[in-house]
Ligand binder design. Sequence first.
Ligand SMILES: Cc1cc2nc3c(=O)[nH]c(=O)nc-3n(C[C@H](O)[C@H](O)[C@H](O)COP(=O)(O)OP(=O)(O)OC[C@H]3O[C@@H](n4cnc5c(N)ncnc54)[C@H](O)[C@@H]3O)c2cc1C
Length: 532
Amino acid sequence: MKRIQGWGNINTDYPVPAPAQAYLAQVVGKAHPGHNIPIDDLLEKVPASRLPKHPLITTETEERLRHARGQSLNDWVEMYDGLVNTFPDGVAYPETDAQVRQLIELALKHKINLIPYGGGSSVVGHLTPPQNDLPTLSVDLAKINRLLDLHEENGEATFGAGVSGPELEAQLNKHGFILGHFPQSWEYSTLGGWIVTRSVGQQSYHYGRIEPLFVNGHLETPAGPLELPHFPKSAAGPDLRHLVLGSEARLGILTRATMRVRRLPEQEHFYAAFFPNFEIGLEAVRAIAQSELALSMVRLSDTMETETTFQLSGEERLVDLAKKGLNLFGQGDERCMLIYGLTGSKAANHLADRQLAHFVRRHQGMMVKFYLGEAWMKKRFLTPYLRNTLWDLGYALDTLETSLPWGKISQGRQTIVNAISHALEDENEVVLVFSHISHVYTNGGSLYVTYLYRRAEDPHQTLARWYKMKGAASRCITEMGGTISHQHGVGIDHKPYLAIEKGHLGMDILKNVIKTVDPAGIMNSGKLIDLD
Ligand SMILES: Cc1cc2nc3c(=O)[nH]c(=O)nc-3n(C[C@H](O)[C@H](O)[C@H](O)COP(=O)(O)OP(=O)(O)OC[C@H]3O[C@@H](n4cnc5c(N)ncnc54)[C@H](O)[C@@H]3O)c2cc1C
């Protein structure tokens, strides 16, 4: 069962070993475990429902609490510290397009705000019920989760949009196919959520972002059903799929999607390499991306992330030994770790690996073909559970991301890291900041920044600290011409920055599209863009 507070399944934990706790105390300061509000107290905060009775809707308190928030830092403070103050008035689990239609008609009749709910893994406030006089209904797509059609000849599969990552791959894999979309939230995020937030999986270098995988779909909108056209490719005017991608539920509820799928790869391996410092590693990664090597993943950690990864493992003796070995091969204290993936036929993987070795050598790097890559692979969906344990220990952790052209990444990384690192100086609080590049293109890459700081005794102060860091980083990103989001979307947290990259006319176009489809403003209002 899914946790109400924090991330993931209640039976899964990721403990922080004692040496790792000592490291954090040394770098950030000793934390004081916060006081988490008991679930029963949260349940008492849920007010009476304002929804009319309807056979598809439950107004049960726990269901409403479970759908009240996602996974943003704000969401965490509100759910753990009891600040949560808006709740859906009810939850529906439709099973068919017709039932989704009924819910939309009900919402239009009674002026109800609808928030589709996929896996609830949003990290930018997509799911927060608005603070207004209208009731909110959370429409959970969990029961629309089946493989509806697999067209082997065309390499396409149609799914109910509420299908989660594991459900999707399990249904495909047994026919010998794979979608290959693996965001770190894979365990609890859904196909519909991926499409409407433009998500990016860890192996995007091979499988692509969600955009090129999305062939067509069916949307129930307030203005009626919208079936997207289905062609291998088309030049017939602007592509409507691109309005749905990133629409963050403002245009309606996606109930079905046809996706481009591939045959399961013959084999897959993950390995590591090290470079003497970030700048050299970055040059290597750029050269690799522009040579279009047939890898499935390229992820370069900066020096601080490399060190923190070592320290959080808690394996003091092993880390000591590894560092001595790396030092001997010229990978000293500024070392940066690259994790790369090989996915495909044995012969293609062998060739790509040999080509990669050539790039690594040319950039003073060193290959490590044992343990690290496979360890990363095994823990890739487990690491988010660290956030739970850290929170209980008194540390808050959040991430943010952007993408930049190659020429701006090095300076951009430094500027963002500095802005976050110094943001709490007035409170004498130290922030641990580290980053990696994990999605690379021929013209640039994404920068993913993690920051860890101490929770304050007063949850409002924990939040105020987060606003300072998030604000400082977001201003840096937009000033240097980066996008406010490479993969998490806009929601509430990034909404103030959207106009900077879309421009006035761009914003007007988007507003008018939303108004055309949803003139009454019932779809997830307050997210992505304000209409007035
Ligand atoms: C630990 C963790 C790791 C993450 N890692 C990644 C990552 O690697 N890459 C990445 O891109 N993102 C990542 N994210 C962010 C998040 O997982 C993505 O934004 C994901 O796409 C959200 O999918 P979801 O199904 O959970 O959607 P939800 O969180 O339930 O909803 C997100 C938005 O989509 C809307 N929505 C959901 N389903 C539908 C539907 N069927 N029709 C219309 N609207 C719908 C909701 O109304 C909401 O506005 C991570 C989040 C967490 C917590």
